[in-house]
Design a protein around this ligand. Structure first.
Ligand code: ZN
Length: 372
C-alpha cells in the first residue's frame, strides 16, 4: 500500500483536509524512500540537518529544496538503472540538458496525474474522435522519445482520428520543414471533416500557421466548437515580439472559431512532471499532487500570496529519482484561488526566459527554432 498511489487516485483539484493529510503522508513516504535508497539524497538531507519526517506544512517548508540545475549537473537515480524505462531531456540556455529518470512506477503515475488534471479541466473526452495538429516533429521519424511521449500523452485524452505533425521530414533536403501551404491544406481538411480539432504546441508556430492561412485564403476557419488549443511556452509571436495572452486568445477565436475558454496554456518542467494547465478562465491551478511555495531569492523564506519570488515545486510521485522538492529559476507568484469554481491555488509564472525548461511540445519547438 502506498500513500502516493492513494493520493493520485483522488481527483486533481479535490483540495481539502483529507487530501492535505494524504499529501503529507505521501511526501513522507517518498522522502524516506529516497533517503534510504539514494546515497546522494541522504547526504544532502544530512548536510541540511533535515530529519526525513513530514507531518505538517511546516515540515514541507523545512524540506530543503534542490536547485533545478542539480539535475543538469548530476544523474541522481534512486532505483537500479535497469528499472529506468524512460529518460526525458529538456533544453537549457547554457546548452546543458536536464534529465529525468522514470521507472515504470513513476511513469504510470505521471500519466495518471496528467489524465486527472486534464479530466478535471474538461479536456478529457474518451469517446470523442478528434483531429490533431501537433506543431512538433513527427516523432516516428525524429525518433525522439520526449516528443513521442508528450504527443502520446496529450493526444491520448480522446480518440485520435488523424494526427498531423507540422515539422515533416523532407527526404531530398534531409531536413525537417515547416511547410505552411501543407498545414493550410490540413486545416481545411479538418474543417471539412467537422470533427473536433486540437492544435498542440508552441504558440508562435500556431500563430504563424493561422496567420498564413488568413492571409493567403482571405477567410477564417470554422472548427468544431469542442476544439481546443493547447499551448506551452508563452505568448511570443516571433522572437523578441510578445503578444499578450488576451491578444492570442482573441486571434484564435477570430481565426478558428475555437472559443477563447478552450485556449489553454500549460507550464511544466521536465524535472517536476506535474502539469499546470489553465482553467477556462486562464488560471493555472495547483493540483493536490503538488505543493508550490514561493521563496525569497535572498533567504529562501516563504513569501505570502501575491509576492514574487522563486517557485519551489514539491511533489511526492517520483519514485526513481529524488526530484521531489526543486527550486526553479523562473520568477513566479502564487494567488489563493480563482472564480472558475475549481479549488486550488493559482500559479503565475513571471519572466519566462526564452529557451528554458518547459515541458510538452514547447521544448521541442524551441529546439526547432534554434535548428531552423
Ligand atoms: Zn480557475
Amino acid at each position: 500500500m502506498s500513500y502516493v498511489d492513494d493520493l493520485i487516485a483522488c481527483s486533481a483539484f479535490d483540495h481539502g483536509p483529507q487530501t492535505h493529510t494524504l499529501f503529507l503522508q505521501a511526501l513522507q513516504e517518498t522522502v524516506q524512500h529516497h533517503d534510504a535508497l539514494c546515497p546522494a539524497y541522504h547526504n544532502f538531507l544530512l548536510y541540511q540537518h533535515f530529519q526525513p519526517q513530514i507531518q505538517s506544512l511546516e515540515d514541507v517548508i523545512a524540506l530543503p529544496p534542490m536547485h533545478v540545475n542539480i539535475f543538469k549537473e548530476y544523474d541522481l537515480v534512486t532505483v537500479p538503472q535497469d528499472k529506468i524505462v524512460l529518460s526525458l531531456t529538456s533544453s537549457g540556455t547554457s546548452g546543458k540538458k536536464s534529465k529525468n529518470f522514470l521507472d515504470q512506477i513513476s511513469l504510470d503515475r505521471v500519466k495518471k496525474i496528467a489524465w486527472n488534471v486534464h479530466l478535471a479541466l474538461g479536456m478529457v473526452a474518451p469517446e470523442s474522435l478528434v483531429n490533431y495538429c501537433c506543431f512538433t516533429y513527427d516523432p516516428h521519424v525524429a525518433k525522439d522519445l520526449g516528443t513521442a511521449f508528450t504527443d502520446q500523452l496529450l493526444t491520448g485524452f480522446t480518440q485520435r482520428n488523424q494526427v498531423y505533425y507540422t515539422f515533416q521530414y523532407n527526404q531530398s533536403t534531409q531536413k525537417f520543414e515547416f511547410n505552411l501551404p501543407q498545414i493550410a491544406e490540413v486545416f481545411e481538411s479538418f474543417e471539412q471533416q467537422g470533427l473536433p480539432v486540437r492544435l498542440l504546441g508552441f504558440p508562435a508556430f500556431i500563430f504563424e500557421a493561422l496567420d498564413y492561412y488568413q492571409k493567403t485564403h482571405q477567410r477564417n476557419l470554422k472548427f468544431h466548437p469542442d476544439s481546443f488549443v493547447m499551448t506551452g511556452g508563452g505568448w511570443k509571436k516571433q522572437e523578441n515580439k510578445k503578444v499578450t495572452r488576451q491578444e492570442f486568445v482573441q486571434f484564435i477565436e477570430e481565426a478558428t472559431s475555437i472559443p477563447g475558454s478552450h485556449v489553454r496554456d500549460m507550464f511544466g518542467m521536465v524535472e517536476h512532471g506535474v502539469p499546470y494547465v489553465e482553467c477556462r478562465l486562464g488560471n493555472m491551478h495547483v493540483p493536490i499532487y503538488a505543493k508550490i511555495l514561493i521563496r525569497s531569492p535572498q533567504d529562501l523564506s516563504v513569501l505570502p500570496y501575491g509576492e514574487m519570488g522563486l517557485p519551489n515545486f514539491i511533489t511526492p510521485y517520483l519514485h526513481s529519482y529524488p526530484s521531489i522538492s526543486i527550486l526553479a529559476s523562473d520568477f513566479a507568484v502564487l494567488e489563493p484561488g480563482c472564480s472558475c469554481g475549481l479549488a486550488g491555488e493559482v500559479l503565475r509564472i513571471k519572466g519566462r526566459a526564452g529557451t528554458t525548461k518547459h515541458a510538452g511540445c514547447a521544448i521541442h519547438a524551441e529546439e526547432t527554432i534554434q535548428k531552423r
